[in-house]
Design a protein around this ligand. Structure first.
Ligand code: GRF
Length: 191
């Protein structure tokens, strides 16, 4: 059974959905660990409720190769999935897990990507620009913010009266539908 680490900083709805997906629908892999850099993040409560191990690491710990790789080794992690993780992934981890670190971004990259473009800021910008569609992007993580190779994109219409909260709800539905499945596909072909 392959082992996944989820890195998250916030609410954790994607993390919860990925954990339950692999328990119910895909027994070839499991979420072995949630790494979180914020002690107050909702993801910790969600993972705890599901009985998934969680570790809180500071930014300094995450950027420390000795500490970080010790955690990855202890949990025998095969693949890392970022889900609302707001820190940059350190270069040594990208090197160690080449092609095995995924991120989901709630826009159609390269639109609405880069520094400062996260969470509701994205959906507010999409509404302000009167975009007719938005969507999600699942991509490999590189050293450039939101810059790695794109694996999957899908879009959803933005209606003229949609608020940023309406757009966010549509995006969450797309994330829920596609992210666990794509993680499963990538992990099935990783060595
Ligand atoms: C999601 O929209 C994800 O695409 C983005 O951050 C948000 C995290 O939401 N990277 P949650 O913490 O999984 O609820």
């Amino acid at each position: 059974m392959k082992r996944i680490a989820i890195f998250a900083s916030g609410n954790g709805s994607n993390a919860e959905n990925i954990i339950t997906h692999f328990r119910k629908n895909n027994r070839d892999a499991e979420v072995a660990l949630v790494v979180c850099n914020k002690p107050e993040a909702g993801v910790i409560e969600r993972a705890g409720r599901l009985g998934t191990d969680t570790i809180v690491m500071t930014r300094a710990d995450i950027n420390d190769p000795v500490k970080m790789l010790a955690v990855m080794d202890e949990y025998k992690i095969d693949l890392i999935a970022l889900a609302g993780f707001l820190l940059m992934v350190p270069a040594f981890l990208i090197e160690r897990y080449k092609g095995k670190i995924l991120n989901i971004h709630p826009s159609l990259l390269p639109k609405y990507g880069g520094k400062g473009m996260y969470g509701k800021h994205i959906h507010e910008a999409v509404v302000a620009a009167k975009e007719k569609e938005t969507g999600i992007t699942i991509h490999l993580v590189s050293e450039e913010c939101d810059g790695g190779d794109i694996i999957f994109q899908t879009s959803v219409p933005v209606e003229p009266n949609d608020t940023a909260a309406d757009v966010e709800a549509k995006i969450h539905a797309l994330e829920k539908e596609h992210y666990p499945r794509i993680i499963g596909e990538i992990i099935s072909v990783t060595k």
